[in-house]
Ligand binder design. Structure first.
Ligand code: ATP
Ligand code: MG
Length: 332
């Protein structure tokens, strides 16, 4: 089976619907056909300020949400990034062959550093994509399923891998991003031209996996639309309605066309009501399962430890190869 790698940051106490649609749904399918590694990337989360108590809690909560959403920890390797030391170790080596200008061109860095201000912007935030390159390359990954927002980071990973290979000899597999075109980007319900994010300043337009159904429904009913009234998919002129249709279509596994037909002439209220039912219907059971899993943290930790061992077995082989190629002597 081809190797696959992907991850999510434990940067909030719940995942948002963009993570579910853009990542988890495709992971669930891909774990059948691939040798899949799914990481909870806690080292990445540290690149912006985190409360240690919350980070610990959010890491377990993220793991529980992966499992409750259908990631099977016996079919796929589901582990916490910091449990496999090779990630930070390889990242250091890759830092040394990445250009400052090259890293400066990453749009996620530009966006996030603009929000953090110059004192809040850490070297870690700058190096984020290089740590991500290490994550991917350690597993001889062929496929990286991510949202559109991560395309540039996967491109950088390919550049770094190719550079390493040409400088030090064939070492890394060159990975490829797998981006689902139509569902690649879910937008904020209150600001439908901005990506929905766990770390958004305002939560008013974010649909959380673990929200109470009534809260989710309220947020959907209040989603920004337009004055035109037509339920039509039109990214340019009707970003709000288009976003709702995208979410509806993936969550209900229905075509955009059939939704446009069903809601033609019925107005946005009906569309939103229908969507709220679909979303809460899917997230309700997931939420219940998450709470169940979190009720036994020791069992969850055991499972993560076991999976981390499996991941480390693969990662350490690649790390040793890379260390050797650059001239670091093995510990006797
Ligand atoms: P943060 O705000 O902390 O960066 P995030 O919501 O952007 O959080 P990540 O942990 O950075 O989430 O990304 C996890 C996965 O979810 C990635 O594969 C990413 O491409 C995908 N993803 C994140 N936001 C969206 C979105 N709005 N639409 C589709 N996919 C998304
Ligand atoms: Mg992100």
């Amino acid at each position: 089976k081809p190797r696959l790698y992907s991850g999510m940051q434990p940067s909030a106490d719940s995942l948002q619907i963009g993570n579910y649609i853009g990542a988890l749904l495709s992971w669930k399918a891909l774990q059948q056909t691939h040798d899949a590694y799914f990481s909870i990337v806690d080292l990445h989360a540290l690149t912006v300020a985190q409360d240690p108590v919350k980070l610990r809690e959010n890491t377990r909560r993220t793991a529980a949400q992966y499992i409750a959403s259908g990631i099977d920890p016996s079919a796929a390797t589901l582990y916490v990034q910091s449990h496999v030391a090779a990630h930070a170790q390889l990242a250091w080596v890759l830092n040394t062959i990445t250009g400052f200008g090259e890293a400066s061109r990453m749009t996620q860095f530009k966006d996030k550093s603009a929000k953090q201000g110059s004192d809040g912007t850490t070297v870690g935030l700058f190096a984020y994509p290089i740590l991500m390159a290490a994550d991917i390359l350690l597993y001889d990954t062929v496929v990286v399923p991510v949202g559109e927002d991560q395309r540039q980071h996967v491109e950088l990973t390919r550049d770094i891998a190719a550079r390493f290979n040409s400088r030090f000899g064939d070492t890394f597999v060159i990975p490829e991003a797998d981006i689902q075109k139509e569902t690649a980007k879910i937008f904020d319900l209150q600001n439908p031209t901005a990506k929905m994010s766990k770390s958004a300043e305002s939560h008013a337009g974010v649909i959380w996996l673990l929200d109470e159904p009534s809260v989710t429904a309220k947020k959907i009913m209040r989603a920004v639309t337009d004055a035109d009234g037509g339920v039509v998919f039109d990214r340019e002129n009707k970003p709000g309605v288009t976003n709702l249709l995208t979410i509806y279509s993936t969550m209900a596994e229905r075509s955009i066309q059939s939704l446009e037909d069903e809601y033609a002439g019925r107005g946005y209220g009906d569309l939103k009501k229908g969507l709220a039912e679909v979303v809460t219907g899917t997230f309700g059971p997931i939420r219940a399962r998450v709470l169940e899993l979190l009720g036994d943290p020791a069992e969850l930790d055991r499972l993560l430890a076991h999976n981390a061992d499996r991941a480390a077995g693969v990662a350490n082989v690649t790390l040793a190869r890379a260390f050797d190629r650059v001239g670091l002597i093995p510990r006797a």
